[in-house]
Write a protein that binds this ligand. Structure first.
Ligand code: RTP
Ligand code: MG
Length: 147
């Protein structure tokens, strides 16, 4: 079963949106298998955003993601990577479709509430980076045959 790593960014945590965001993924039918509040170190942030190191916004990106606690989550379900990217909306909230998380709760490209893995391979990498195997709990839900 596919997994993804989602992270409520510091703006989402400060604005009290953790529960609202988790509820969207729960209601969709995805299964939560791990979650924790974290204060990222500079090393963790640099590792997470390594692909953007040469971009002009990299410094701000790392500064922002370490500016306060983030809430990391691992969700599981059919095509959860693509579904969660669709539910998040485009990077720039102005271009995100109405009803998506970034359209509904964010105004700025660099301060956009949530991170989500962009491929199953990135998800495996990011889950491994942020969670120990024993922090993930897989279990059978009585609803699984209906979803
Ligand atoms: P994310 O990695 O956070 O899920 O977002 P994404 O895939 O939609 O966007 P990505 O291209 O991976 O960019 C990572 C984060 O960098 C910030 N950003 N700022 N100022 C800018 O032009 C700019 N462009 C990107 C955003 O916070 C974006 O989520
Ligand atoms: Mg990305």
């Amino acid at each position: 079963m596919e997994k993804t790593f989602l992270m409520v960014k510091p703006d989402g945590v400060q604005r009290g949106l953790i529960g609202t965001i988790m509820a969207r993924f729960e209601k969709k039918g995805f299964q939560l298998i791990g979650a924790k509040l974290m204060q990222l170190t500079m090393e963790q942030a640099e590792h997470h955003y390594a692909e953007h190191v040469s971009r002009p916004f990299y410094g701000e990106l790392v500064e922002f993601i370490t500016s306060g606690p983030v809430f990391g989550m691992v969700w599981m379900g059919d095509e959860v990577v693509a579904h969660s990217r669709a539910m998040m909306g485009k990077t720039n909230p102005l271009e995100a479709a109405p009803g998506t998380i970034r359209s509904d709760y964010a105004m700025h490209k660099g301060i956009n509430i949530i991170h989500g893995s962009d491929s199953p391979e990135a998800a495996e990498r990011e889950i491994h980076h942020f969670f120990k195997p024993e922090e993930l709990v897989t279990y059978k839900r009585c609803l699984d045959d209906w979803i």
